[in-house]
Design a protein around this ligand. Structure first.
Ligand code: F6R
Length: 264
């Protein structure tokens, strides 16, 4: 696991964008895994900037969302399908039909989850999977207790995650209880996992994931065993790490090959 500690969210965003650029810039077919939530937004802004300013093309890319709420009407602004279009894919030259997500409006969500898992298995592996982390250590919406081999399925959000996500909705009660999420086993098939965490609110979850035991109590701890995982943290999110990692800075360090140095 590479841990990159940078001065703030924008620097983190550039580092995440570098990892994506490394696989997109060559121009061949590429499969991206996209998280929603607030943590990747600086990275998405940077990718849109590179597309506009440098002509970075996503025309040969396909993209897969990590998760989706159940129970929101199609087109609701907080469905992850809408969020990703608004924040990223709607500003790129990616084919809209190449942007995939679980169907949160399906009459049979279990079947929709199984269909999405099959699609991912057929289309993968994901080259770069962007991840955020919940304050309780979840990745995707794999809440504490999720087995490491879990696949895409219907899951129930914890009260803590619903409270954390209430900021995106008019009223806390509007946050859906259920979701379709890629499983930990699904996520771990990606070639390169890039988890971004910013802010002191993530420090405890990051410390448990990186330096605690590998346990279903902290779903992100499964990343410790992944062959190519990069954690991109700002100083605040890294604040709970101890020992050699604390204060470790890589201002010009690019731990993945092919990244574009000009952007740092
Ligand atoms: C979103 C997702 C979640 C978020 C996590 C952190 O697609 O899968 O795991 O990454 O809840 O959310 P933010 O970034 O809003 O703090």
């Amino acid at each position: 696991m590479d841990v990159l500690v940078l001065p703030g969210p924008d620097a983190c965003g550039r580092a995440v964008a570098d990892a994506v650029t490394a696989v997109v810039a060559p121009g061949g077919p590429v499969t991206l895994g996209l998280a929603t939530g607030s943590s990747p937004l600086p990275a998405y802004r940077e990718l849109v900037r590179r597309h506009r300013a440098d002509g970075l093309s996503f025309a040969a890319a396909q993209a897969f969302l990590l998760d989706e709420y159940l129970g929101l009407p199609a087109g609701h602004p907080q469905t992850y399908r809408q969020v990703i279009r608004r924040e990223l894919t709607g500003h790129l030259d990616i084919d809209p039909d190449a942007v995939h997500g679980p169907d949160g409006t399906a009459p049979d969500p279990e079947r929709a989850a199984a269909r999405y898992e099959q699609l991912l298995a057929r289309s993968g592996p994901v080259d770069v999977q962007i991840l955020g982390i919940g304050t309780n250590g979840h990745i995707g919406f794999n809440e504490p207790g999720t087995p490491p081999s879990s696949l895409t399925r219907v899951a129930t959000l914890t009260a803590r995650t619903r409270a954390d996500n209430a900021r995106f909705f008019d009223r806390p009660a509007d946050v859906p209880h259920r979701v379709i999420t890629q499983g930990l086993g699904t996520i771990r098939r990606a070639r390169h996992l890039v988890l971004v965490a910013t802010g002191a609110g993530k420090a405890a979850a990051v410390a448990a994931a990186v330096q605690g035991p590998v346990t279903p109590d902290v779903p992100a701890s499964v990343l410790q065993a992944h062959p190519h995982c990069t954690l991109v943290l700002d100083d605040a999110a890294a604040g709970g790490l101890h020992g050699a990692v604390t204060g470790d800075r890589h201002p010009a360090g690019l731990p993945w090959s092919g990244a574009r140095k000009g952007h740092r």
